[in-house]
Design a protein around this ligand. Structure first.
Ligand SMILES: C[S@@+](CC[C@H](N)C(=O)[O-])C[C@H]1O[C@@H](n2cnc3c(N)ncnc32)[C@H](O)[C@@H]1O
Length: 415
């Protein structure tokens, strides 16, 4: 029995870095989804269409989302092709929207089949299925191998590709507007999913260029959630850079969906067959209605460099949260605590641009400031794993290992 058969609900897969998976699990539990199953770099779950749609607009720490189409045996390329052809793709893909295939081969057996042959087999089987129409075909071993390579290139296509010949979608791996079928092979089983995010979900739409060391929005949100931030205590980021943390914090404090400002047709799911525009609008309207008029606690941000404060302010304006944040320019040590308690969050300089020699002094200064002036504050500092964390002198603090892109980092939390 599959999860969908058990719960009767569509199945989804949200991807994320392994280190922040538990945070994503918590977010999904908060949305009320079912059958939450942590995977290596993601979380599978079951949810009705409305909740699945809500997840796209709401999840702060998911990288991408897939709608799971099927799990099929795939001991060989031929078996995979045969199984893929049994799926009624007319229920999933629109005829005029090209598609591509992304393969994830996680074990030796899967890798042995080869990225190219797997992608090609899936693509051919999908196109063959469209040629057959929506009547379930009676698969015969090797039936796909016979059609393989016999399909003509798409007439007038801007990018190399093939059409189904049956009026179905073209296979155009390079096309900008293609929807993506994800074929994930492991243990002789292929999980087929459709990428429903389109652009990666960390791309909230407000970011401006101008800072050399920005955090991904999804990581900034994860830091806040790992630190237990719920928007009910004052929040300060005294080294805000482009403002990623403070803007994500404002969204939490306002109970605001992170992707509510994405434009129409921006999510890939809007281009799949069966997309319910009316339901999508209803879900978005409900999320808008759930946004607070004001945050429950104040938000403060600063940076030593005026151009970064300006950048953060402009980013916040684009994110439509600028009016809720108090910005200031200046060194951390020149800043009086803006409240008598709260959560101080900062992404400390990592040293690549400063030179490692300066870091211990900077960290020691930050630690001294926290001990002297922020004794009643909770603290969450993101620092390079090989940075001078002991120089902070935060006794009793715990460390959560994370990755900032390719850089191993630690979130140092003092509750
Ligand atoms: C790693 S960056 C923060 C990046 C930020 N999280 C983002 O996503 O854009 C560290 C920031 O600390 C600022 N900074 C360094 N020393 C500072 C100090 N003593 N007081 C305030 N800000 C400082 C830098 O100007 C820089 O923007």
């Amino acid at each position: 029995m599959t999860t969908e058969q058990i719960t009767g609900k569509p199945r989804w897969l949200a991807t994320c870095p392994r280190e922040t998976r538990d945070v994503l699990v918590g977010e999904l539990a908060g949305l009320g989804v079912e059958a939450i199953t942590p995977l290596h770099r993601g979380v599978a779950f079951a949810a009705d269409l409305a909740t699945g749609y809500r997840a796209h607009l709401w999840l702060r720490t998911a990288s991408r989302i897939q709608r799971v189409v099927a799990e099929v045996p795939a001991g060989s390329v031929a078996e995979l092709a045969q199984q893929v052809q049994r799926i009624d793709w007319t229920l999933w893909l629109r005829k005029h929207r090209p598609f591509m295939v992304q393969t994830i081969l996680t074990d030796r057996a899967g890798q042995g089949l080869g990225q190219g042959p797997v992608a090609d087999a899936v693509a051919q089987a999908v196109m063959s299925r469209f040629a057959l129409g929506s009547v379930p075909p009676v698969p015969t071993p090797g039936s796909v191998a016979q059609t393989h390579g016999s399909v003509a290139p798409a007439a007038g296509s801007e990018t190399p590709g093939r059409t189904s010949g049956g009026g179905g979608p073209a296979y155009r791996p390079q096309a900008q507007n293609a929807v993506t079928i994800v074929a994930h092979l492991r243990n002789g089983v292929c999980t087929l999913g459709l990428d429903t995010a389109g652009r990666a979900l960390h791309k909230r739409g407000w970011r401006l260029n101008g800072h050399p060391a920005v955090l991904k929005e999804t990581l900034a949100a994860a830091l806040l959630l790992l630190a237990g931030y719920e928007g009910t205590e004052p929040l300060l980021d005294p080294m805000c850079g482009s403002g990623t943390i403070i803007i994500e914090a404002a969204y939490i404090a306002l109970n605001k969906a992170v992707l509510i400002h994405r434009g129409k047709d921006d999510f890939a799911l809007e281009h799949l067959a069966g997309f319910d525009r009316g339901l999508w609008r209803k879900v978005a309207d409900e999320l808008r209605a759930g946004k607070r008029i004001e945050p429950r606690a104040p938000l403060f941000a600063g940076d030593i460099r005026p151009e970064y404060v300006d950048l953060a302010r402009r980013g916040a304006l684009r994110a439509r949260v600028e009016k809720y944040i108090t910005f200031r320019t200046g060194a951390f040590k020149a800043l009086a605590p803006p409240a008598d308690h709260g959560l101080l969050v900062a992404n400390l300089p990592h040293g690549q641009r400063l030179g490692q020699g300066e870091l211990p002094g900077i960290y020691a200064g930050v630690g001294r400031m926290i001990r002297e002036r922020y004794a009643r504050w909770r603290v969450a500092l993101l620092a390079a794993a090989d940075g001078p964390i002991p120089a902070l002198g935060l006794r009793g603090a715990r460390q959560v290992p994370l990755m900032n892109g390719a850089l191993p980092v630690r979130l140092v939390i003092r509750d």
